[in-house]
Design a protein around this ligand. Structure first.
Ligand code: ADP
Ligand code: MG
Length: 202
């Protein structure tokens, strides 16, 4: 992954989050406090604003710095979690990484989110998409297959009962709505699949 790939990815992620901010906020209005779209948009716009400085660094450092920026700007419960994901991913990636190194670093990043959130799969959170992505990647899925799995996993949060995060305050009333954080992760997985293959196909 080159600095050019990183630049393209950040631009596409920020654009997708901005386009879908109202949708993400609607999801959060149903089972949370209606700020998830605005939170994510603010964070990704902040990263976009620093893109020129970020791409001057090796890609893993740029990913780590983007994560730090997200922690500072997203806010809510999701800010520290999304930020921790990218910070850990950047920290764990070697300077020159292949697919296996990426999957290993991704696993550490997802585990760091779980540790930070004191959460696990099955609680109707972003982890219910992050872990299925890991599973698909470990089984050799390509980026399009991973994105499809992420989309299905986000949809699978609809019938789940929330036991972590703000949605858990609703108890049974959390059932029947997609988790907003899960929707964000699926959206970003789709962006990765659409953006990276044109550069390197992996
Ligand atoms: P807040 O809940 O503080 O308003 P956001 O609306 O930005 O923050 O984000 C809500 C999302 O954060 C949820 O949909 C869920 O996916 C995720 N989330 C919240 N708490 C946790 C947690 N402890 N572990 C994992 N994900 C969490
Ligand atoms: Mg919220």
């Amino acid at each position: 992954m080159t600095s050019g790939d990183f630049r393209a990815l950040v631009g596409a992620m920020a654009a997708a989050i901005a386009e879908n901010a109202d949708h993400l906020t609607d999801l959060d209005s149903a089972i949370g406090d209606g700020d998830h779209g605005a939170n994510m948009k603010r964070g990704f716009q902040a990263v976009l604003g620093e893109l020129d400085q970020l791409v001057a660094n090796p890609v893993p450092n740029a990913i780590k710095a983007a994560g730090m920026k997200l922690v500072m700007t997203v806010g809510g419960a999701s800010g520290p979690l999304v930020g921790t994901f990218f910070m850990t991913l950047g920290k764990e990636l070697p300077a020159d990484f292949d697919r296996d190194a990426l999957v290993t670093a991704y696993e550490k990043a997802v585990d760091a989110v779980a540790a930070r959130g004191k959460s696990q799969a099955g609680q109707k959170t972003m982890l219910d998409v992050l872990y299925p992505i890991l599973d698909a990647a470990k089984h050799g899925a390509d980026l399009n297959q991973i994105a499809a799995r992420a989309k299905a996993a986000a949809e699978a949060t609809i019938p789940m009962l929330a036991t972590r995060g703000r949605a858990s305050f609703l108890g049974e009333r959390s059932i029947g709505h997609m988790d907003p954080g899960a929707a964000s992760v699926a959206l970003l997985a789709g962006v990765v699949a659409r953006t990276l293959p044109t550069h390197e196909g992996a």
